[in-house]
Design a binder for this molecule. Structure first.
Ligand code: ATP
Ligand code: MG
Length: 427
């Protein structure tokens, strides 16, 4: 098979894409990209935010249709585009950035519902569903109570449920879009073991991660995208993190730059003996202007509760918080925002953003005072403020009025498809 650019697909590849182009409004998300995956390999897809990684995965899984001229060779067949049904029936599975699971349903239902619904006779066989789920988890070397609702499990185990679901669908290739983003180190190690198990059993894994150490640890080959274009395909042997960063950004970095000490700067925040029994106790620290302070600890150690207490969303039982030299005691987050405290939640997709609303509205929602004139919100001031932040942060957007979910790193579900989404099975 030859594509218009004359480049040949690799005959040994399980999946081979050529001439992939995709445009959203004014944004060119993919420009003439090629991509090959060998059977059973672990292949990493790397690139900065917005470089087109998730879009490429959505093209392979049939969520998006690429521009005409695309050639997709998969498992001996050639396609100009995929459909979700073709991809799924052919053994292409995805663990989306947001996992796309059902928190209210049991583990067994989450893992096995796709295989059991929509078949004749249309009764759900719960016994078979449980068995299928337990078998899939066993392949991963994991035991979970499959009768409990998924919402009772932490994110790391939900991830395993999503992988088990992929295995039920007889996967030949599994795409994992930033699977380790919210995992701790030991959970990540366990996930990487699972990836190795999958690969050893002949399943190819395409792994997207911004953590370059684990990219080097887990994958044998690496495809780098920059700004929607293909930079190249590399063996990870002999590759270094700084080289990958250079390939991703197109810039070289001085690894020897050290943070300047901020000891001379004034103290902005002082926390003294802050306590909320059962969550955190006797916490004291100071933060100076320009400083970045890391707060670390195991899951459940009280980090989030501490942060929420400083943001007025939880009340500390005792202790003192001094902001810019003045003691403060916030009873609401509104008071904290007015005093100049901002909070980014750990679950940004569901708590930090209002998904159906526009990029502009999401950006200004915590600072409406800044765009008010004569007591009314000014569309013009909003437009200027948003334009300034988008430029300062280098975010690629179509229009300010586009839904926030159109930005990279946002929800990955098929409901965002510009082609219109159809359920995989009707039931
Ligand atoms: N449905 C959509 N509508 C409009 N623009 C979109 C849509 N999906 C993606 N884009 C744009 O296409 C570009 C590539 O996005 P993509 O999600 O593929 O990036 P990514 O490499 O996965 O980034 P990240 O690492 O942040 O997840 C971005 O500029 C994004 O804003
Ligand atoms: Mg992405």
């Amino acid at each position: 098979m030859t594509d218009p650019s004359g480049e040949k697909a690799d005959a040994r590849a399980l999946l081979s894409l050529r001439n992939i182009n995709m445009t959203f409004g004014g944004v060119k998300a993919l420009k003439n990209v090629s991509f090959d995956v060998m059977p059973g390999e672990v292949h990493c897809l790397a690139g900065e935010n917005g470089s087109g990684k998730s879009t490429l995965i959505k093209i392979i899984t049939g969520v998006y249709r690429p521009a005409s001229g695309a050639v997709i060779d998969y498992d001996g067949q050639t396609y100009s585009h995929m459909s979700p049904v073709t991809a799924q029936n052919g053994g292409i599975q995805v663990i989306w950035q947001d996992l796309a699971l059902f928190p209210e349903m049991t583990v067994a239902e989450n893992i096995a519902f796709q295989t059991l619904l929509g078949r004749w006779p249309r009764f759900v066989n719960y016994g078979r569903m449980r068995e299928t789920a337990i078998r899939a988890l066993k392949r991963l070397g994991v035991t979970l109570d499959v009768d409990l609702p998924l919402k009772e499990f932490p994110i790391a185990q939900r991830q395993i449920v999503a992988i088990a679901r992929a295995l039920v669908g007889e996967a030949k290739i599994v795409f994992m879009d930033e699977p380790t983003a919210s995992l701790t180190q030991s959970e990540t190690d366990h996930l990487l073991d699972i990836v190795r198990t999958l690969s050893a059993s002949g399943v190819a894994v395409v792994f997207v991660s911004h953590r370059l150490a684990e990219v080097l640890e887990i994958s044998s080959r690496l495809t780098v995208l920059r700004d929607g274009g293909l930079v190249g395909v590399y063996s990870t042997e002999g590759m270094t993190q700084s080289r990958i960063t250079e390939l991703m950004t197109g810039r070289t970095f001085d690894q020897h730059v050290r943070a300047q000490p901020k000891d001379a700067n004034p103290v902005v925040l002082e926390v003294k003996n802050l306590t909320r029994p059962g969550q955190f106790e006797d916490v004291s620290f100071t933060v100076r202007r320009g400083e970045t302070l890391g707060i670390t600890g195991l899951l459940g150690a009280g980090r989030t509760e501490l942060a929420l207490s400083l943001f007025g969303m939880l009340k500390p039982h005792s202790g003192e918080v001094v902001l810019d030299g003045k003691p403060v005691r916030f009873s609401t987050n509104r008071e904290a925002i007015e005093a100049g405290v901002a909070y980014l939640s750990e679950d940004r997709l569901s708590l930090g953003l209002i998904q159906p609303q526009s990029i502009a509205d999401n950006l200004v929602i915590a600072s409406l005072d800044g765009i008010r004139t004569n007591g009314l919100l000014s569309d013009e001031r909003k437009r200027q403020l948003v334009a300034q932040w988008v430029a300062d942060l280098g975010v690629k957007i179509g229009k300010q009025s586009d839904a926030i979910s159109t930005l990279s790193g946002a929800i990955s579900s098929a409901s965002q498809s510009p082609n219109g989404w159809r359920p995989i099975r009707n039931f």
